[in-house]
Design a protein around this ligand. Structure first.
Ligand code: PLP
Length: 397
């Protein structure tokens, strides 16, 4: 007797993606994450990673990781609330809290877990979330999990956020105003000062997700709160250890009681095993580098300016980017994926991004320069981009 496949609808959807030109296969990186790397059998310039400071393969991080494996083992053995809190986990949290100038810090397994776990822990069904329309998926999921009422404000429009807060002022429940510090697809910066003012005026909790600002903006990479001089006025600061820090993890910084509360109520903290010692030790080594080698961040920004200027000179449109995240706007998703595939063939790795990650009609190839790229590599990358874009009609010839 034959049975029909109950998952056949998934195959149909994959077929639809193929027909729309949005299907992708995962590329396989065959070397460490470096400015020039090997992937799918090719040597390519890597403008696709979030390895802003070139720390992912840094000797000091690797040495710290190896030492931690030898001393403490490969795994943590349990969740934080059982036996999975090692002394180095606590040391890293103290280190980050001091770095961010906050009372306390909790580290999660990822930035995704930090956002989703925190928003859903501190709010409930009677509460209100006022959220930028382009906030990261992990914030959106956290909002949904909290069951609070979600109010979306226009991208970077603090006046719109204030208007929504004003409309809610006679309603019960707590209010959380939340923004990305740097937006991951566009590379623009959230209008923190105006948002903080609105939050203070209406008594809302202010939360910032600095995933792409950690290690990039502010003194020694302290993030947007430092960049804008907003210390003490943002109650919940999220950061990631997965991007500029070069390893893995997410964290929340804030008051001692906020962190204590998350130790008791954040579900990824309670129900998912803590980081292996190697991860934690490597993160610690990365913070040493942030504090001791600020010139790395300087190089990241010098490279960013150099690269953006070269793109502009060729006539590329890079949207509203103000940071190393540099989208090259092309319009349709299928075009973005074809552009990306063609660039790869020519020796440049840059990600094609379309709906549903970005709105329809705003597809792009996203590029991210790092501190580790040389000028030569950047020149070569721009040359490949221009040549392929002209051939494809993305740039007029
Ligand atoms: C990447 C990212 C995250 C998730 O961080 P991970 O540590 O990779 O899980 C959260 N928020 C934003 C804005 C991001 O770009």
């Amino acid at each position: 007797m034959s049975h029909s496949n109950p998952l056949a609808y998934l195959s149909a959807q994959i077929e639809e993606m193929r027909a729309a030109g949005t299907y992708y296969r995962l590329r396989e990186l065959e070397s460490a994450c470096e400015p020039v790397c090997r992937a799918d059998g090719r040597e390519v310039i890597n403008l696709a990673s979030n390895n802003y400071l070139g720390l992912a393969n840094h000797p000091k991080l690797k040495e710290a990781a190896i030492r931690a494996v030898q001393q403490f083992g490969a795994g943590a053995g349990a969740v934080r609330t059982i036996t999975g809190t090692m002394a180095i986990h606590m040391e890293l949290e103290r280190r980050i809290a001091a770095f961010k100038n906050t009372e306390a810090c909790v580290v999660f397994q990822s930035g995704f877990a930090a956002n989703a776990g925190t928003v859903s822990a501190i709010l409930g069904p009677d509460d209100h979330i006022i959220s930028d329309e382009l906030n990261h998926a992990s914030i959106i999921d956290g909002c949904r999990l909290s069951k609070a009422k979600i109010h979306v404000f226009r991208h970077r429009d603090a006046a719109h956020a204030a208007e929504i807060l004003d409309g809610l002022k006679d309603q019960g429940g707590r209010k959380l105003l939340i923004t990305d510090g740097v937006f991951s697809m566009d590379g623009d910066i959230g209008p923190l000062p105006a948002l903080v003012e609105a939050a203070e005026k209406y008594g809302a909790i202010m939360m910032v997700d600095d995933a792409h600002a950690s290690g990039v903006l502010g003194r020694n990479g302290r993030g947007t709160v430092d960049h804008f001089g907003m210390h003490g006025r943002v109650q919940v600061q999220v950061g990631t250890l997965s991007k500029a820090i070069g390893v893995l993890g997410g964290y929340v910084c804030g008051s001692r009681d906020l962190i204590e509360y998350l130790y008791h109520r954040a579900r990824p903290f309670l129900f998912s095993t803590s980081h292996p010692p190697a991860v934690t030790a490597a993160c610690m080594a990365a913070f040493d580098i942030l504090e001791q080698e600020p010139e790395r961040i300087q190089r990241l920004w010098d490279n960013t300016r150099y690269y953006k200027e070269a793109l502009r000179a060729h006539g590329f449109y890079t949207g509203a980017s103000e940071t190393p995240i540099t989208p090259i706007m092309v319009g349709e998703a299928a075009t973005a994926h074809r552009f990306s595939a063609e660039l790869f063939e020519q020796g440049l790795w840059a990600t094609g991004i379309g709906f549903p990650t970005v709105p329809r009609g705003k597809a792009r190839v996203r590029t991210i320069v790092t501190a580790a790229h040389t000028r030569e590599q950047l020149d070569r990358a721009v040359e490949i981009l221009a040549r392929v874009a002209r051939r494809m009609g993305i740039l007029s010839a």
